[in-house]
Write a protein that binds this ligand. Structure first.
Ligand SMILES: Cc1cc2nc3c(=O)[nH]c(=O)nc-3n(C[C@H](O)[C@H](O)[C@H](O)COP(=O)(O)OP(=O)(O)OC[C@H]3O[C@@H](n4cnc5c(N)ncnc54)[C@H](O)[C@@H]3O)c2cc1C
Length: 406
């Protein structure tokens, strides 16, 4: 068991975290429990909703259990039962149940909307952690006394440590480590997702339609009261400002213009969507996740891309390990950041490797490969080694155990 150092000697109490999605609030939860004083700055004016259904699997499930939040997470589960692949006429070509596909449901693991998980984590921290919404770091200067931070709106302050939990396009990373292009690895696909009415009357189910290199789909959400439209497609990097939502909506419409099945109906809902999410599927690869008193957690430091299906798991585990290492080292950041790096690296490597090749299954690049994928899906429940394939995400999500820090 890892023991927590004597709290009376603890140093570096005041920790600024940039980003209030999954990694940021999860880190604040554990830091506060260990006696630190976390503050979270979030650029958005309020907690951001939206995003895909995400899996909480393996070690992350155990961590959520230790947070005392497993019941709440399970109560918000999507309850999705499976996925069907359809042709242009809507005829089902292959179907698979969620349990065969990714093992969700086993050992308390669950699938939850990203925004719902963020809400659970926010609710568990908002009375103990100072949240600064609608603000952002503008500059950081560090010396032996701390990190001197200026904000867009709040007065300048000095923190002992600053942790970037601000996602794949991390601003903290840019300020402390250098330009995004030094670390971002494009995976060859884009993704877009938004909420729609349950147009297809789906019952805890997903329908997906492929053309070579693209996939468009819809799955029911919030127990069939609404649905998500989801699009992904193979593409080289698209030259645009990733903050320009109007340009992104145009790119999506242009890419799927003229497609059949229910694509026109799904796209017709786009103008009304309040929670449009669009991004390149990309990984962040860094040799080190810390520099002096600044460190990164979650997608900011080691995004494995949506193709991995492990973003939330990496964030929950990374936050737990980073806080645990800081507690163990009584706040001494050099030792803590080195321990964090050592402990997390195997899981990050495994998740990033896992994402490679997934795109070819998800959005096959030819009609032949779409048929091959459908055939595989149909056969999967009968294959003796289906457990190995279906259990692969679980295995990756268990790359490291949750150490006992207390
Ligand atoms: C609205 C939204 C929708 C998403 N939808 C999907 C999806 O459909 N599929 C998928 O695979 N992944 C999605 N993701 C990414 C997914 O949440 C992450 O892969 C994963 O959960 C890791 O989370 P994270 O906390 O490290 O980063 P993220 O979830 O990306 O959160 C980063 C947070 O930092 C905030 N932030 C950004 N810049 C600044 C700044 N300068 N100052 C302060 N705060 C800042 C962001 O507003 C956000 O709240 C989405 C993320 C968001 C924010």
């Amino acid at each position: 068991m890892v023991t927590v150092a004597d709290m009376r000697e603890m140093t570096n109490h005041n920790v600024l975290i940039s980003g209030a999605s999954i990694a940021g609030p999860a880190l604040a939860f554990w830091l506060e429990r260990y006696g630190f004083t976390p503050t979270i700055v979030e650029k958005a004016p309020a907690l951001r909703q939206g995003g895909q259904a995400i899996d909480v699997l393996g070690t992350a499930t155990e961590i959520v259990r230790r947070m005392g939040l497993l019941e709440r997470v399970q109560a918000a589960s999507t309850g999705k039962r499976g996925t069907s692949y359809v042709d242009v006429h809507g005829t089902v070509r292959a179907s698979i149940s969620s349990e065969v596909f990714n093992g969700v449901g086993a050992n308390g693991d669950t699938e939850i909307q990203r925004g719902d998980l963020a809400q659970v984590l926010y609710d568990a921290t908002s009375d103990k952690v100072d949240y600064l919404f609608g603000d952002s770091i503008t500059a950081m200067v560090q010396d032996q006394d701390g990190v001197h931070v200026t904000f867009e709106h709040s007065p300048a302050r000095t923190f002992d440590l600053v942790i970037g939990a601000d996602g794949v396009h991390s601003h903290t990373r840019r300020l402390a480590f250098g330009p995004e292009s030094d670390f971002l690895r494009h995976m060859g696909y884009y993704i877009a997702i938004y909420t729609t009415p349950n147009l297809l009357n789906l019952d805890h189910w997903e329908y997906d339609y492929n053309t070579p290199g693209t996939i468009a789909g819809s799955y029911s959400a919030r127990h069939n009261t609404q649905a998500k439209a989801i699009f992904a497609w193979a593409s080289d990097p698209i030259d645009h400002d990733y903050r320009d939502g109007a340009a992104q909506r145009r790119i999506l419409c242009d890419t799927f213009a003229g497609q059949g099945w229910e694509v026109p109906r799904l796209l017709a809902e786009l103008p009304a969507a309040q929670d449009f999410y669009f991004d390149a599927m990309a990984q962040i690869r860094m040799r080190s996740w810390s520099t002096g008193r600044v460190a990164l957690v979650g997608d900011a430091g080691y995004c494995a891309s949506p193709l991995s299906g492990q973003g939330a798991n990496l964030s929950l585990v990374g936050a737990y390990v980073l806080a645990g290492q800081l507690a163990t080292a009584a706040g001494e950041h050099t030792a803590a950041f080195a321990g964090y790096e050592r402990e997390m690296r195997p899981m990050v490597d495994a998740c990033q490797k896992f994402a490679e090749g997934v795109g070819g299954w998800y959005a096959p690049n030819s009609r032949t490969m779409i048929r091959v994928r459908d055939l595989n899906v149909r056969l999967l429940p009968y294959l003796p080694w289906r457990g190995l394939i279906g259990g692969a995400p679980q295995k990756v999500a268990r790359t490291i155990e949750a150490a006992a820090y207390v």
